[in-house]
Structures are given as structure tokens and as C-alpha cells.
Design a protein around this ligand. Sequence first.
Ligand SMILES: C[S@@+](CC[C@H](N)C(=O)[O-])C[C@H]1O[C@@H](n2cnc3c(N)ncnc32)[C@H](O)[C@@H]1O
Length: 654
Amino acid sequence: MASQIERNTIYLTEEEAERIRNTVKNRLKKCSELVGHAREPRDLKAAISRATGASLMADMGGAPDPEMTRTKGWGGTLPVVAVGQPYPPCIIALQDLQPVTLGDLQMETHHRGRRLTVKRASPVVTLAARSWTMVKDEVGDEMERLEVCLHKSRHDEDVLESASVFVIKEPYFTLTDQGEATIRIDHPSDLIVCRDEIIANTAEKVASTCKDRGNAALKQQDLWLAHAKYTEGLKVARQEIVSNTNPDLARDISRNRAHVNLILNQLDEAKTDAKASLTGRQDQRSKDLDSKAYFRAGCAAYNLGEYQEAKGFFEEQQKLTPGDKDASTNLRKIRMRLHEQETGIYDWEKIRDGLSRARPRVDAASFINNTNVRDSPGRGRGLFASRDIPAEGIIMCEKAFCVVWGHESEALTAMTYDLRDDRIRVSPVGLSKSTVQKLLSNSSQIERVMDLYGDYQGDGKNVSWTEDGPVVDTFRVHDIISRNTFGPGSQYGEEGATNASTGLWIWSAYINHSCIANAKKECIGDLMVLRAIRPIAAGEEIFHSYDESSDYDARQTALMNTWGFQCNCTRCDAEKADDPAVRKKRRELVSEADAFVKRENWANAKRLTIAKAQRLARAINDTYDSERYKGVPRVAIQRIQEWLAKASPHFSSA
Ligand SMILES: C[S@@+](CC[C@H](N)C(=O)[O-])C[C@H]1O[C@@H](n2cnc3c(N)ncnc32)[C@H](O)[C@@H]1O
């Protein structure tokens, strides 16, 4: 993400930038001095009363959020997040970790191999980019602060508010920016949320009670609780003692959980649950239940973009309940998706008509058959054409893996201070949060995302799983988002500095930059459409422009700040050799030309106005050295030339 956002640019004053840097550096200094020190006990009463006060203030919107920073230009406040000090998430199952108590904690230490069970002891304080609360441990005579950084909600619910008992895997005990001791969670998989326990009678009764409680929670629309109850029930119902005598109980719970998972967008588990619920029996009731299960599995596969698999599920549904309209409607939709996937032919009118602010995502398949990914010397990997593509032809179309639109509640922009290069950037942290949520809910997608380029490697594309679920390294996601996201444009109303729409398109993320691009992108909803600017031959690398500034210095600065590289294309080589005075002159002329184009309507332009445009075009052209710029596009002249071409086709050449 660029540190400047179109329309409303965010600037930090020097003092504010200095304050951010000093706060983070002071914290690091204090932390390094305290490594291994014993934890200081807290005054229990004072800790609870402070947390209660802070929570009340935050709820009323009046809390002085210590992590917010004031900005210039746009003039509002943004949260600040320090990045660049990654540590790996725990990859050990809860049962293999040894217990630790609050009294055992040591300062600035990752308690590897340990687990800490805590109970919430105060209200939760919810701030813009973190939530915190006071907790007691099982011994109960100590209290500590527990905070979840950035990735603090799941399915729109604050995780700390969602339960009262938590187990922290390999707790990290450190300091806040304000110098207060805290247990800190950065990876959601390091925090296990414990729901209410059921008092068990017999195993079957426990499972069946869980099912009933899940059903009741579902009726109340408490999806998370419903999911938790079904999960508890399934654990018991799948034990031999129950499954030998009542195998249908696990099937029923799985079928119900598949439904909840579909609503929660937990598609991998929805599909697995639906398949696990199949009875295969031929009586009408069983056939109806299996038809329901195939429908759920089909919907999950469809939403994952696995159209062939979805087709198989809906065909089975149709066989079991031939009159079912859902199956035939879905099979018709799948035929369209498979056609799009194979041919790249889309019904654009229908797609555009179906889009709105309330439905900003397209129901369409991705088309990537014309491209492949391979090494691009000096640039890592790149995307290449696998067949000839004519000018204006579609190179590829891709559905976003994740988009956060500016008008959605997930949109969150923060200032990130990166300790690795000492830079403060404007970052779409809301997109990082949503991406992590999506990966935790759909672990089959983790490898695809983790294979993308990011500075911090972590465990690369290896997916870690424990019995407690998938593990997602949020630091790696942050770095991937920093280098691979694009804006889909403000298609649904005004966007400003704090709510710019951003998205991640996995296949398009392999496209490298060139200032002489051969491809241009356009977004229709969350579908990215990439077209050839000129004919592209099979085997050629595809390039688009990450930054379109015509000014060499502005472009290089943006490419270095946001994507971490210096461009060495022929245009940059030619522009680099320009005398700085010539570059300055060109910049001034381009500003003049831009103002002219904005001011003067080309339709019915008078001869005098056209003559002025021609003079401007010639003046810009004269800033180019004819030898050095042989065969290199003179981009600065393009806008005024386009105006001239429309105003007076006869006089269009400079
Ligand atoms: C969106 S990714 C492109 C795919 C990436 N090359 C890969 O290997 O996955 C952006 C990153 O690719 C590299 N890159 C893109 N264009 C480049 C260029 N013209 N020259 C050098 N590196 C480039 C930079 O490291 C940049 O941060």
C-alpha cells in the first residue's frame, strides 16, 4: 500500500513521526532491559477498577486511545501499529504443552512449551487496533493484563468478550507501548477460547444435549455458540461408545454444523461435515437428509470456486430428490462458471447489473488459462502469457481472494512503523485482519496465500495444523499484504484516507511491474480484468504499472517505499540519465498540461486554445533527448496528446 492515498493524502508532522518512533524504540529498550526478570505482582483492586473505567470510556467513545496518532492534511486520527518484529505462532497441540501460572511468568519472554489457562476478571477494553482485559489464572491469587493485537475479532465478535475462560499457548509476556506489563496475543491460533462446560451424565446424553444447545443457539442466531456446541457434541458422538450404538447422532450434528459453517463462511469444514453426515440409506427420510447434505457440500465447494466438485454434489442431490429446484438452479450456475473458467467469456452486462454497494462481490469464475507463473530473472517470479493475446484481448480475469470495501465495517487503515527500515506507512490492516480470518476459516487456502512474496518468510508456504485447528502466522500475512495488494477503485461511493478499498488477488499478485506495461487492469466489483495494451506473444512476461506517476523521482520513491525495489526498465534508464533541471522542467510542464486538460473542454475548443495545447505538447516533447528516447515512450506527453487528438484530430501530433 502506498503511504499516500489518492484524494485525501495523509501526512504526519515531523513531531508526530518522531513521537511514534520514540515510543516504539523506548518500549524495545525497556523490554531488552527486562528480559527474564520476574513478573511484578499487581494490586488486584486497582487493576480491575482501571480496566472497568477504561472499558466504560471506550464504550462511550471518549477513551483517550493511547495508540492513536493525529495526522495532518486529512486531520483525523489513525491507530499506530509497530511491525517488523515477527515471532512464530505456537505449533504444538494444547495437550502437549505444560501448564504455567501467572506467578511463573518472566518479562519479555515467549514461554515456549507452556500453556496458561486464565479467566476474565474485568470488562474488555476495545480500542481501534487491540482489545484488552484483566485475567486471573487457575490458582486465582494473581491478576494480569491480556491483550489481543489487531486480530481481535472473529465473525464480528470481540474474541475476549465472547467467553470468560481462555487458554494461551506459549504466552508472550511483554510491555505495552505505554510501558505496562501485558500478556500479548498476535496470532489468533495462540488463543484458545473455552466455552461453558456441560455436566456429563452419559456420553450419548452429553452429545445429544450439545446438539440441542447448538440447535437452540442457531435459532437465536448465535452462530458461534451453535458451532461450539455442535463441535463439543461431535467430539463425544464420534467416540466408539456412542457411534457403535447411535451412529446417526454424529451424522445429525455434522449436518447441522455444516449449515452453520456455510453461514460463517467456514467452507472447508462445511464440506467435510456435509460429507460426514451422509447415511447412504435408501428410505425416503434418509434420502431427504442426504439430499440436504449434498446441497450443503455443493454450496461449500461452489463458494470455494471448486466448480467440478460442486457439480458432482448437486448431481447427487438431484438423483436423491429429483424434483428439487435448488439442485437444477445450482447446476445451471455451475455450467456458466465452468464456461467462464475455460473460455474467459463473461456476460458483462449481467455482471454489472448484479453489482451494488450492498452486493459488491461478483458471482463469476476466474479465467487464468492464458497464463503461467515462472521465474523472472531479477524480479523473483512473474506471470507469463502461454498463448498469443491480441491488443485489448483479455489476458486473465480473477475473483479476489479477499476485498475489503471502504464502506464495510472491516475497513481499517493504520499507520505502521516498520522497525526493519525505519519507515512509517499507511497500511490496510483491515485487509490483513480479514485475510487472516478467511484463512483460519478455510485452511485449504493457506498454502496459496503463504506462497506469495513477502519480506518475512516465517515457515514459508508450509501449513501448520495442531489438534486445535490451523495456524496462521499473522506477521507473514502482514508482509504479504504489504507487497501484493491493489485497490479495486472507489466503485461504491466516496473513499478517503482512512477507508480506501483494498484487495488481494492471488494469481494477479505474480505480475511484476514495468513502467512500460503491456497490460492494464480494471476491476468490476471484485473481479479483476487484465487486458493487453498491445499484442502479447506466447512466452512474453506480463507487466502492469504499480505506480503510474509520470515523474521519475515520484515513481521510484513509491516503488521503493511500497514494493521495496528500484525499477530498471528502459524508460527508467532513459529518465534516470536526464539532467535534474530537465526533469524539473518536465514536471512543471506536466502540471501545467494537467491543469489545462482539466480546465479546457476539448469539444468546440477555439484555434487559440488548440494552439496553446500544441505549444505545451511541443515543450514537453523538447525535454526528451531524441537519441536516448529512441523507442522509449514519452509518457509525460500522453495526456495533452489525447486532449489534442479529441479536440482537433488534424493537429494532434506535437
Ligand atoms: C506483487 S509481487 C510480484 C511477484 C513477485 N515477483 C514474486 O516473486 O512473487 C511484487 C514484488 O515483486 C518484485 N518486483 C515486481 N516488479 C519488479 C521489478 N520491475 N523489478 C524488480 N522487482 C520487482 C518486488 O519484490 C515486489 O515487491
